[in-house]
Design a protein around this ligand. Structure first.
Ligand code: ATP
Length: 246
Protein backbone atom coordinates (compact mmCIF):
# COMPACT_ATOMS: atom_id res chain seq x y z
CA UNK A 1 0.00 0.00 0.00
CA UNK A 2 1.41 3.46 -0.87
CA UNK A 3 2.09 5.93 1.95
CA UNK A 4 0.33 8.64 -0.05
CA UNK A 5 -2.29 8.18 -2.72
CA UNK A 6 -3.65 11.19 -4.63
CA UNK A 7 -6.61 10.41 -6.88
CA UNK A 8 -7.97 12.78 -9.54
CA UNK A 9 -7.40 15.83 -7.40
CA UNK A 10 -8.73 19.15 -8.65
CA UNK A 11 -8.74 22.70 -7.27
CA UNK A 12 -9.90 25.90 -8.90
CA UNK A 13 -9.77 29.53 -7.78
CA UNK A 14 -12.51 31.24 -9.79
CA UNK A 15 -11.45 30.82 -13.42
CA UNK A 16 -7.95 29.57 -12.52
CA UNK A 17 -7.52 25.79 -12.58
CA UNK A 18 -4.66 25.46 -10.08
CA UNK A 19 -4.68 21.63 -9.94
CA UNK A 20 -6.30 19.71 -12.77
CA UNK A 21 -7.26 16.09 -11.99
CA UNK A 22 -3.86 14.82 -10.90
CA UNK A 23 -3.18 11.30 -9.59
CA UNK A 24 0.04 9.92 -8.12
CA UNK A 25 1.44 7.80 -5.27
CA UNK A 26 4.39 8.00 -2.90
CA UNK A 27 5.68 4.67 -1.59
CA UNK A 28 7.50 3.83 1.64
CA UNK A 29 11.24 4.68 1.49
CA UNK A 30 10.73 6.81 -1.61
CA UNK A 31 11.54 10.49 -2.21
CA UNK A 32 9.34 11.91 -4.96
CA UNK A 33 10.06 15.33 -6.44
CA UNK A 34 7.10 17.56 -7.27
CA UNK A 35 8.51 19.94 -9.87
CA UNK A 36 7.19 22.66 -12.08
CA UNK A 37 7.45 26.33 -12.92
CA UNK A 38 6.07 29.09 -10.68
CA UNK A 39 2.30 28.81 -10.49
CA UNK A 40 2.19 25.18 -11.71
CA UNK A 41 0.16 24.05 -8.67
CA UNK A 42 2.75 22.50 -6.34
CA UNK A 43 1.89 24.41 -3.15
CA UNK A 44 -1.84 24.05 -3.81
CA UNK A 45 -1.33 20.27 -4.07
CA UNK A 46 0.69 20.15 -0.84
CA UNK A 47 -1.89 22.27 1.00
CA UNK A 48 -4.66 19.87 -0.04
CA UNK A 49 -2.60 16.88 1.17
CA UNK A 50 -2.10 18.70 4.49
CA UNK A 51 -5.86 19.24 4.71
CA UNK A 52 -5.58 23.04 4.93
CA UNK A 53 -7.19 23.52 1.50
CA UNK A 54 -10.32 21.72 0.40
CA UNK A 55 -10.21 20.23 -3.11
CA UNK A 56 -13.10 20.73 -5.52
CA UNK A 57 -13.00 16.99 -6.18
CA UNK A 58 -10.76 13.95 -5.85
CA UNK A 59 -9.39 11.83 -3.04
CA UNK A 60 -6.29 11.64 -0.82
CA UNK A 61 -5.26 8.77 1.44
CA UNK A 62 -2.31 8.54 3.82
CA UNK A 63 -1.43 4.98 4.84
CA UNK A 64 -4.79 4.05 3.33
CA UNK A 65 -6.65 6.51 5.61
CA UNK A 66 -8.96 8.95 3.85
CA UNK A 67 -7.81 12.41 4.97
CA UNK A 68 -11.33 13.83 4.92
CA UNK A 69 -13.17 11.17 6.94
CA UNK A 70 -10.22 10.03 9.15
CA UNK A 71 -8.37 13.31 9.35
CA UNK A 72 -6.80 13.15 12.82
CA UNK A 73 -5.38 9.64 12.26
CA UNK A 74 -4.06 10.60 8.82
CA UNK A 75 -2.56 13.89 10.02
CA UNK A 76 -0.82 12.24 13.00
CA UNK A 77 1.25 10.24 10.46
CA UNK A 78 2.20 13.33 8.46
CA UNK A 79 4.53 16.27 8.94
CA UNK A 80 5.68 19.24 6.98
CA UNK A 81 8.39 21.85 6.54
CA UNK A 82 8.50 24.83 4.19
CA UNK A 83 10.86 27.74 4.00
CA UNK A 84 7.86 30.14 3.96
CA UNK A 85 6.33 28.90 7.25
CA UNK A 86 8.79 29.59 10.06
CA UNK A 87 8.01 28.40 13.59
CA UNK A 88 6.74 31.01 16.10
CA UNK A 89 9.63 33.45 16.55
CA UNK A 90 8.83 34.45 20.14
CA UNK A 91 9.33 30.87 21.39
CA UNK A 92 12.71 29.24 21.94
CA UNK A 93 13.87 26.25 19.90
CA UNK A 94 13.13 23.98 22.86
CA UNK A 95 9.67 25.47 23.50
CA UNK A 96 8.72 25.08 19.83
CA UNK A 97 9.84 21.46 19.71
CA UNK A 98 8.07 20.73 23.03
CA UNK A 99 4.79 22.22 21.82
CA UNK A 100 4.81 20.44 18.48
CA UNK A 101 5.93 17.21 20.13
CA UNK A 102 2.95 17.38 22.51
CA UNK A 103 0.59 18.17 19.64
CA UNK A 104 1.81 14.99 17.95
CA UNK A 105 1.78 13.02 21.23
CA UNK A 106 5.43 12.02 20.72
CA UNK A 107 6.51 9.38 23.24
CA UNK A 108 9.68 10.05 25.33
CA UNK A 109 9.56 13.59 24.00
CA UNK A 110 12.53 15.06 25.92
CA UNK A 111 14.81 12.25 24.70
CA UNK A 112 13.56 12.62 21.12
CA UNK A 113 14.17 16.39 21.21
CA UNK A 114 17.71 15.93 22.54
CA UNK A 115 18.45 13.49 19.69
CA UNK A 116 17.16 15.95 17.10
CA UNK A 117 19.00 18.94 18.59
CA UNK A 118 22.24 17.02 18.14
CA UNK A 119 21.26 15.58 14.75
CA UNK A 120 20.56 19.05 13.31
CA UNK A 121 23.44 20.74 15.17
CA UNK A 122 21.04 22.92 17.17
CA UNK A 123 22.04 22.12 20.75
CA UNK A 124 23.68 25.52 21.28
CA UNK A 125 20.44 27.26 20.25
CA UNK A 126 18.08 25.33 22.54
CA UNK A 127 17.22 28.43 24.63
CA UNK A 128 17.36 30.94 21.77
CA UNK A 129 14.13 32.43 20.46
CA UNK A 130 13.53 31.13 16.93
CA UNK A 131 12.95 34.65 15.62
CA UNK A 132 16.56 35.54 16.45
CA UNK A 133 18.05 32.67 14.43
CA UNK A 134 19.36 33.08 10.89
CA UNK A 135 17.06 31.81 8.16
CA UNK A 136 19.24 28.73 7.65
CA UNK A 137 19.17 27.95 11.40
CA UNK A 138 15.39 28.40 11.43
CA UNK A 139 15.14 25.96 8.53
CA UNK A 140 17.06 23.36 10.53
CA UNK A 141 14.68 23.82 13.50
CA UNK A 142 11.72 23.44 11.14
CA UNK A 143 13.24 20.23 9.72
CA UNK A 144 13.81 18.89 13.26
CA UNK A 145 10.15 19.62 14.00
CA UNK A 146 9.13 17.92 10.75
CA UNK A 147 10.55 14.54 11.79
CA UNK A 148 9.71 14.79 15.53
CA UNK A 149 6.81 12.35 15.20
CA UNK A 150 8.70 9.99 12.79
CA UNK A 151 6.07 10.72 10.13
CA UNK A 152 5.14 8.19 7.48
CA UNK A 153 4.52 11.01 5.04
CA UNK A 154 6.90 13.98 5.07
CA UNK A 155 6.04 16.97 2.89
CA UNK A 156 8.97 19.30 2.21
CA UNK A 157 8.25 22.45 0.22
CA UNK A 158 11.59 23.91 -0.96
CA UNK A 159 13.30 22.80 2.27
CA UNK A 160 16.78 23.92 1.25
CA UNK A 161 15.81 27.25 -0.36
CA UNK A 162 17.49 29.38 2.32
CA UNK A 163 20.48 27.16 3.03
CA UNK A 164 24.09 27.58 1.97
CA UNK A 165 25.38 24.74 -0.28
CA UNK A 166 27.20 22.91 2.54
CA UNK A 167 24.21 22.99 4.92
CA UNK A 168 21.82 22.08 2.09
CA UNK A 169 23.97 19.04 1.31
CA UNK A 170 23.91 17.97 4.99
CA UNK A 171 20.15 18.39 5.13
CA UNK A 172 19.71 16.23 2.01
CA UNK A 173 21.86 13.56 3.61
CA UNK A 174 19.75 13.63 6.78
CA UNK A 175 16.48 13.37 4.89
CA UNK A 176 17.92 10.48 2.83
CA UNK A 177 18.86 8.75 6.09
CA UNK A 178 15.39 9.38 7.53
CA UNK A 179 13.82 7.75 4.48
CA UNK A 180 16.27 4.85 4.22
CA UNK A 181 16.06 3.87 7.90
CA UNK A 182 12.41 4.46 8.71
CA UNK A 183 8.88 3.90 7.55
CA UNK A 184 8.56 7.19 5.71
CA UNK A 185 8.10 8.51 2.20
CA UNK A 186 8.77 12.11 1.14
CA UNK A 187 7.17 14.51 -1.31
CA UNK A 188 9.81 17.17 -2.04
CA UNK A 189 9.48 20.37 -4.04
CA UNK A 190 12.50 22.25 -5.28
CA UNK A 191 13.62 24.52 -8.08
CA UNK A 192 17.19 23.21 -7.77
CA UNK A 193 17.54 20.53 -10.44
CA UNK A 194 20.98 19.42 -9.21
CA UNK A 195 19.40 18.72 -5.82
CA UNK A 196 16.42 16.94 -7.33
CA UNK A 197 18.66 14.65 -9.37
CA UNK A 198 20.68 13.85 -6.25
CA UNK A 199 17.83 13.14 -3.86
CA UNK A 200 14.68 12.09 -5.74
CA UNK A 201 14.11 8.56 -6.99
CA UNK A 202 11.20 9.76 -9.09
CA UNK A 203 9.91 13.15 -10.23
CA UNK A 204 6.55 14.49 -11.35
CA UNK A 205 6.60 17.57 -13.59
CA UNK A 206 3.54 19.76 -13.13
CA UNK A 207 2.53 22.22 -15.83
CA UNK A 208 -0.62 24.31 -15.58
CA UNK A 209 -1.97 22.02 -12.84
CA UNK A 210 -1.47 18.77 -14.80
CA UNK A 211 1.22 16.10 -14.49
CA UNK A 212 3.05 16.46 -17.77
CA UNK A 213 5.95 14.03 -17.20
CA UNK A 214 6.90 11.42 -14.65
CA UNK A 215 10.03 9.31 -14.24
CA UNK A 216 13.54 8.87 -12.93
CA UNK A 217 15.30 12.27 -12.85
CA UNK A 218 18.53 10.64 -14.02
CA UNK A 219 17.03 9.17 -17.23
CA UNK A 220 14.04 11.43 -17.97
CA UNK A 221 16.06 14.17 -19.77
CA UNK A 222 17.43 11.70 -22.36
CA UNK A 223 13.96 10.22 -22.91
CA UNK A 224 12.89 13.67 -24.09
CA UNK A 225 16.06 14.47 -26.01
CA UNK A 226 17.47 16.86 -23.38
CA UNK A 227 20.96 16.92 -21.92
CA UNK A 228 20.05 17.84 -18.36
CA UNK A 229 17.10 17.98 -15.98
CA UNK A 230 17.45 21.77 -16.00
CA UNK A 231 17.04 21.83 -19.79
CA UNK A 232 13.96 19.61 -19.48
CA UNK A 233 12.56 21.91 -16.77
CA UNK A 234 13.00 24.95 -19.00
CA UNK A 235 11.13 23.18 -21.81
CA UNK A 236 8.31 22.26 -19.38
CA UNK A 237 8.12 25.92 -18.38
CA UNK A 238 8.33 27.46 -21.86
CA UNK A 239 7.12 24.91 -24.40
CA UNK A 240 5.10 22.21 -22.60
CA UNK A 241 3.14 21.37 -25.76
CA UNK A 242 6.30 20.17 -27.54
CA UNK A 243 6.74 17.55 -24.80
CA UNK A 244 3.17 16.27 -25.02
CA UNK A 245 3.86 15.47 -28.71
CA UNK A 246 7.01 13.47 -27.81
P1 ATP B 1 5.62 28.52 -6.95
O1 ATP B 1 6.70 27.67 -7.55
O2 ATP B 1 5.67 29.93 -7.48
O3 ATP B 1 5.54 28.46 -5.46
P2 ATP B 1 3.32 26.72 -7.24
O4 ATP B 1 3.59 25.66 -8.26
O5 ATP B 1 3.46 26.34 -5.82
O6 ATP B 1 4.19 28.00 -7.57
P3 ATP B 1 0.60 27.48 -6.57
O7 ATP B 1 0.96 28.40 -5.46
O8 ATP B 1 0.03 26.15 -6.22
O9 ATP B 1 1.84 27.26 -7.55
O10 ATP B 1 -0.42 28.26 -7.53
C1 ATP B 1 -1.10 27.61 -8.61
C2 ATP B 1 -2.00 28.65 -9.28
O11 ATP B 1 -3.09 29.00 -8.42
C3 ATP B 1 -1.32 29.97 -9.64
O12 ATP B 1 -1.84 30.42 -10.88
C4 ATP B 1 -1.72 30.91 -8.50
O13 ATP B 1 -1.73 32.26 -8.94
C5 ATP B 1 -3.11 30.40 -8.17
N1 ATP B 1 -3.46 30.58 -6.75
C6 ATP B 1 -2.84 30.01 -5.68
N2 ATP B 1 -3.45 30.36 -4.53
C7 ATP B 1 -4.47 31.17 -4.88
C8 ATP B 1 -5.50 31.85 -4.15
N3 ATP B 1 -5.59 31.76 -2.81
N4 ATP B 1 -6.39 32.59 -4.84
C9 ATP B 1 -6.32 32.68 -6.19
N5 ATP B 1 -5.39 32.06 -6.95
C10 ATP B 1 -4.48 31.31 -6.30
Amino acid sequence: MPILSVIELRKTYGDIIAVDNISFNVAKNEIVGLLGPNGAGKTTTINMILGVLEPDSGGITIDGLDIFSRRSQAVSRTNFSASYTPLPGNLTVLQNLMIFGRLYSVKNLSKRIEELLIYFDLAKFRNTKCGLLSSGEQTRVSLAKSILNSPHLLLLDEPTASLDPATASEVRLKIKEFVAKGEGGVLWTSHNMYEVEEICGRVLFLSHGKILLEGNPKTLPQEYGKKTLEELFITVAREPLTLREN
